[in-house]
Write a protein that binds this ligand. Structure first.
Ligand code: SAM
Length: 320
């Protein structure tokens, strides 16, 4: 049962018992039904493959939409357990998700006291320095803070965790321009990771010259929008991502990701692959959606893209 905590944010509990929120403004949950903690582990932490970094290494991470702080909490503890030094930058518009999370016993339960101190400092001061970790929260519209961030970065970024609301609800953070800004600081072996498998997002990343793989579905049928999934998300990198195991010792059944299937590659070439555009980084959702619809019509008329309805019928995919 959800508790009403304000006009816009409602506390929810995921299937794993972890704390989550639902946004009335965006009409979407912060996490999939499997739960915030499971999603953080399966969608973001696992494909980050922290074991790639020898103990003592510095790992730089940018999180787009830090929300409740659950992802950075997991990352802080995972890096500490591996003897890695973490430098984290979080981008977030709204202070309430982190404040609500810190006020919740259900949220606090899994985390060590030092992790909760870090989150409290981030909320109060926007930064935290601890043994082996530095974290900074940049409050504001991520389109702006992401453009300013490279000046503050001391070097390339190893991981970008992109955890915005879905492209249809929050297209501002999935435009070609914003994806370019978020992927530009990646190190050659860096990884941009998201739960989204949207064709428009994937084709934007492809147009930006990145290599893509599809995350396997961790929990079939579970997504903030309630849709059936064929992929659990996307990993993009400036370098090819041929295998999810540098050591090559994981059985195929445990693979975290795979090459994009023919169905997915055709999806990218359909009208659904038309990128969201926001040239100045200031447009609202309605303007960005209308601009994309116009571009889709033009692409269909010129034959540059195929009809996504035909693609759905060919592959037996239900309409969203
Ligand atoms: C899916 S939730 C984030 C989930 C988060 N990683 C967590 O684990 O709680 C999306 C977040 O995006 C934030 N947001 C929405 N529009 C934004 C914008 N333009 N810039 C930055 N953050 C934004 C919302 O406040 C919300 O916290």
């Amino acid at each position: 049962m959800a508790d009403e905590v304000g006009t816009e944010l409602v506390v929810r509990t995921g299937a794993d018992g972890s704390f989550s929120l639902w946004s009335a403004a965006f009409q979407e949950g912060f996490h999939s039904g499997r739960g915030a903690l499971r999603e953080a582990r399966e969608t973001f932490l696992a494909p980050s493959r922290l074991e790639r970094f020898p103990p003592g290494s510095l790992v730089r991470v940018v999180e787009v939409c830090a929300g409740t702080g659950g992802n950075v909490a997991l990352l802080l503890e995972a890096c500490a357990a591996r003897g890695l030094t973490l430098e984290w930058w979080g981008l977030e518009l709204d202070r309430r998700p982190l404040a609500l999370a810190l006020a919740s016993e259900a949220f606090r339960r899994p985390w060590q006291p030092s992790t909760l101190t870090a989150l409290s400092e981030l909320l109060a001061r926007g930064h935290w320095h601890g043994e082996g970790a530095t974290a900074r929260l940049l409050w504001g519209d991520a389109r702006q803070t992401m453009r300013d961030l490279p000046r503050a970065l001391p070097g390339p970024v190893d991981l970008v965790w992109h955890d915005a609301f879905s492209p249809r609800r929050c297209p501002q953070l999935w435009t070609l321009e914003h994806l370019q800004a978020t992927t530009a600081p990646l190190a050659p072996e860096g990884r941009w990771i998201s739960y989204s498998a949207a064709a428009a997002v994937r084709d934007s990343l492809r147009q930006l010259g990145l290599h893509l793989v599809a995350l396997e579905v961790a929990a079939p049928g579970e997504h903030p929008t309630g849709r059936t999934l064929w992929s659990g998300g996307t990993v993009a990198s400036p370098s090819p991502l041929a295998s999810d195991s540098p050591a090559g010792d994981r059985p195929a059944a445990q693979s975290l990701w795979r090459e994009l299937s023919l169905m997915e590659r055709e999806h990218l070439r359909s009208a659904a692959g038309e990128p969201y555009r926001d040239p100045d980084g200031t447009d609202d959702a309605a303007t960005i959606l209308a601009r994309r619809s116009q571009a889709q019509r033009a692409a269909l008329a010129s034959g540059a893209r195929g009809c996504s309805g035909a693609w759905r019928r060919r592959w037996g995919v239900e309409r969203r």
